[in-house]
Design a protein around this ligand. Structure first.
Ligand SMILES: C[S@@+](CC[C@H](N)C(=O)[O-])C[C@H]1O[C@@H](n2cnc3c(N)ncnc32)[C@H](O)[C@@H]1O
Length: 709
């Protein structure tokens, strides 16, 4: 049965959600029986819960303007949005408790939700790589799929331009309050012997160390790891900065990090293990003495006494045993030394200077294109150091999903969270790929074991740890469909209205001419509460006489009387600032960029015996076309000859329950030059079923098509 539907989700440009929903409802009411709004059913009425927190009472305490303690938070319920369970293990209680969990939302709310839902004191390792207060917008380069779509013209790759993934522009004090609150919440989630690895750059690390001392106490500080993330640049003026800082804290002062070793570097081996036996076995000669005096260790060995002030490092019988095993060499100076073989050593104990862990190479298989992606090598070391197999690893700034990917590979359970839908999509795709590979490996190993007459354990050192689970769930905490694109929306609004961004003001977003500009978050209309906040802000800045421009999507009716009263006060000379409001939704001059034409797809779904045949026949994304057209319409016409250039991945749930999307099939070509297939065959569930087909385009916009067969 053919099915055609409009988009329900959007990540490319700000969406006027009410308009999109209204359009969907209108389509449904026109009697298109097969066109179903594929949003998860309305969540149960949220039952917020108050979560109590232990106050931070460490010393010293850092002070900043507007520092507020955090002694309680409100926890909202989460809605299950997607499940990935190719092996069907989630149906079992064991599977459900070990599965990975990915949360889409502001981490303050997600952490509160976790605290209210049984995770207090359960997390063994937290790695976070928060925004650094760098004053930058982090963007991802977006390209189309396919060889010809990627063809170069005049040296330029065929790209959709840049998409803001997240903004890292804060007023100083806001950043500290933001981090302070998250650290307090994270501490509550940590198990008694749990660890936090906090990844920062040089500008913020000293402030955050003070915050951690306050929240955890200085007794819980373990290390300040220096990670060399880049080589020096030739054009650097003065002393180049090539490292980040990773602070390590534990929940309790008694917790101990695992002793971990890393392989010796080739340079170390060359300088320390230059000697070899006839069979090539490398060794070095090590001292057999120790500082004295010590009982039982001062004796004559082969006519030699230890030098003054020293004793032998081992008892006489052990020394004889070493000698008998050919492990004692008498040097030219007549001193006994021990042969220490390279192959018997565990490697170099990990220290706090990490210059041997490389960042992600843009050509590497693990590269996702997400800005600020950290390497799996870095996370492997951290996960190894701070947790055991089966332990819970949490990253609430998950970005491209590196922490979850490594935890999954190293047999840990994981929890990830991000406020950016692009990050959630990238992480979900990455984890789907890893889990499918792990299942294939497991199948191969099982097949091999069957044919192995002797059975037994594998001796292959490269075999990965057994995964804690072969599944994960994605949830939403609060409705961020709108809020996620706040960053991109603010950037766009500033660009269209000509606002100069201000990085140092804790309240205003920028200036336009002589006016101060405040952009009201696009997840709610301007309300009298926002206006009262503005009034409070102006009251605190006695000498501020500049006029104010408020930019919002729309405003509540009650704002009219508030603004009228403000004008009256101004005319009377009580307040100096004129307030003007731009409502983007209706503003004839500035509002145009807010309109969004949703993507659409044409899909046919047929049942043939015990099989489902799903054919994706067409996909149209007005947003992508608009972006391409704005670059060069010749390029568009020359290269975009196939709808599949626009599609990043296709997912199918053959038995959609109307609540969450269970990913049974994913078509996500690994290489950017490859296209999705578009034709899929999968086992048909028995009886009448709703098939959901989710298509994600190259800008992250999702279209979900439902068909009953
Ligand atoms: C530096 S990146 C993390 C990169 C990650 N370590 C990786 O390897 O890809 C920081 C991430 O924090 C996210 N973020 C910023 N503020 C957030 C918040 N309040 N809640 C959740 N995530 C947030 C951003 O969207 C961004 O993806």
């Amino acid at each position: 049965m053919p099915a055609k539907k409009t988009s329900t989700k959007k990540t490319a440009k700000p969406v006027v959600k009410k308009q999109v929903r209204a359009a969907s409802k209108a389509a449904a009411s026109k009697g298109k029986a097969e066109t179903v709004v594929a949003e998860p059913a309305a969540p149960p009425a949220p039952k917020p819960m108050e979560v109590k927190l232990t106050a931070a009472k460490g010393r010293p305490m850092l002070q900043w303007v507007g520092k507020k303690p955090l002694s309680r938070v409100t926890a909202f319920p989460a809605q299950l949005a997607e499940t990935f369970d190719p092996s069907g293990e989630l149906a079992t209680a064991n599977g459900a408790s070990k599965t990975g969990n990915l949360y889409y939302g502001d981490n303050k709310e997600v952490l509160a939700h976790l605290l209210a839902n049984g995770c207090r004191g359960k997390v063994d390792l937290i790695y976070i790589d928060p925004p650094f207060d760098s004053g930058a917008d982090y963007v991802r380069k977006v390209t189309l799929r396919g060889k010809s779509a990627l063809a170069k013209l005049e040296g330029e790759s065929y790209s959709l331009g840049e998409q803001v993934q997240y903004t890292d522009i804060w007023a100083n004090d806001n950043y500290l309050q933001f981090m302070y609150e998250r650290l307090i919440l994270l501490k509550e989630l940590m198990s008694e012997d749990g660890f936090l690895f906090l990844h920062l750059n040089l500008d913020r690390s000293h402030y955050c160390k003070s915050l951690c001392d306050e929240v955890f106490s200085p007794d819980c500080f373990h290390n300040q790891i220096i990670w060399k993330r880049t080589a020096a640049h030739a054009d650097t003026q003065g002393v180049g900065n090539v490292h980040d800082v990773i602070l390590v804290y534990s929940k309790s002062a008694e917790a101990k990090l695992k002793k971990t070793f890393v392989p010796y570097s080739p340079e170390y081996i060359e300088s320390h293990y230059s000697l070899a036996d006839a069979d090539g076995r490398k060794y070095q000669l090590v001292d057999l003495t120790a500082p004295g005096p010590r009982k039982g260790l001062m004796y004559e060995f082969k006519g030699v006494w230890p030098p003054t002030g020293r004793v032998w490092s081992t008892l006489p019988d052990k020394m004889d045993a070493l000698d008998k095993a050919g492990r004692v060499v008498i040097t030219a100076e007549g001193r006994p030394r021990k042969k220490q073989y390279l192959d018997e050593m565990s490697g170099m104990p990990v220290h706090d200077l990490w210059d041997d862990v490389h960042p992600v190479n843009s050509q590497a298989l693990e590269a996702t294109g997400y800005p600020t992606q950290k390497s799996e090598a870095l996370l492997s070391r951290i996960v190894d150091l701070g947790s055991n197999i089966g332990g819970i690893v949490l990253d609430c700034f998950i970005g491209s999903g590196t922490t979850a990917a490594v935890a999954q590979k190293l047999g840990r359970r994981w929890i990830g969270c991000d406020i950016n839908k692009g990050a959630i999509q990238t992480t979900s795709k990455r984890l789907q790929g890893i889990i499918r590979e792990q299942l294939a490996e497991q199948e191969q190993a099982a097949a091999k074991a069957k044919g192995d007459l002797f059975g037994g354990e594998s001796t292959d050192k490269n075999v990965h740890a057994t995964p804690a689970a072969f599944s994960f769930r994605s949830h939403r905490v609060n409705d961020y469909d709108m809020a996620i694109q706040h960053n991109e929306a603010v950037a766009l609004a500033c660009e269209h209205i000509g606002v100069q961004r201000t990085k140092t003001d804790s309240y205003f977003d920028g200036t336009q001419g002589k006016r101060l500009v405040k952009i009201i978050p696009f997840n709610h209309p301007l309300s009298p509460t926002d206006l009262e906040q503005l009034k409070g802000e102006l009251k605190a800045r006695e000498k501020e006489e500049r006029d104010i421009l408020l930019v919002c999507l729309g405003k509540e009716l009650a704002c009219e009387s508030w603004l009228a009263e403000w004008s009256r006060l101004r005319k009377r000379g009580d307040v100096p600032n004129k307030i003007e409001v731009i409502e983007l939704r209706t503003d004839p001059k500035y509002g145009k960029f807010m309109t969004h034409a949703p993507a659409s797809a044409k899909v046919s779904v047929k049942r043939k015996g015990s099989e489902l045949h799903v054919n994706l026949e067409d996909f149209i994304s007005p947003t992508i076309i608009e972006r391409l057209d704005s670059q060069d319409s010749r390029l568009f016409k020359a290269h975009v000859t196939d709808w599949r250039f626009l599609v990043d991945c296709v997912m199918i749930d053959p038995a959609y329950n109307g609540l969450s999307f269970n990913i049974a099939l994913t078509d996500l070509p690994e290489k950017k030059t490859d296209l999705v297939n578009g034709c899929y065959t999968l086992p048909a569930p028995e009886g009448k079923t709703t098939v959901a087909v989710k298509i994600v385009d190259m800008l992250g916009e999702e279209v979900v098509i439902l068909a009953e067969v």
